[in-house]
Write a protein that binds this ligand. Structure first.
Ligand SMILES: [Zn+2]
Length: 129
């Protein structure tokens, strides 16, 4: 049975004006632990897309070199046993996304590769200047 693999862009639905995609954003300590866990289970992952929702929940998924998902999308809430009721209802709708960025695995890809992947995943080019 072939399962359709939606693009990360669709899953993360981060193409929103509200969401800031920036190379300046870095993972918080609590997020780092989750990122490490995701990468452990995703050997193809060269980075993890981190989506911060206004409710405090987080969405993450590993991304492969070609910009395709390298893991399932994980949604969780720090310090909580389950995600909030809003997220249970809308699965972390993009309308409620506040920040999105990619945490790159060290050594990081080249700037060119990062840009290609960022555009594919986030629908925008991070600004670093
Ligand atoms: Zn939530």
């Amino acid at each position: 049975m072939v399962q359709e693999r939606p693009t990360l862009e669709k899953i993360m639905a981060s193409k929103t004006k509200k969401a800031k995609a920036s190379a300046a954003l870095v993972a918080e300590k609590s997020e780092e632990a989750m990122i490490a866990g995701i990468l452990e289970g995703s050997p193809d992952g060269i980075g993890v897309v981190v989506v911060r929702l206004e409710c405090g929940c987080r969405k993450m998924a590993a991304v492969a070199k070609d910009g395709e998902p390298a893991s399932k999308v994980i949604i969780y809430r720090d310090q909580a046993e389950s995600i909030c009721d809003k997220c249970k209802a809308d699965n972390g709708d993009f309308m409620r996304v506040t920040e999105t960025f990619i945490h790159w695995v060290q050594p990081e890809p080249t700037e060119e590769e990062k840009e290609i992947i960022s555009v594919k995943v986030l629908g925008t080019t991070p600004r670093t200047n």
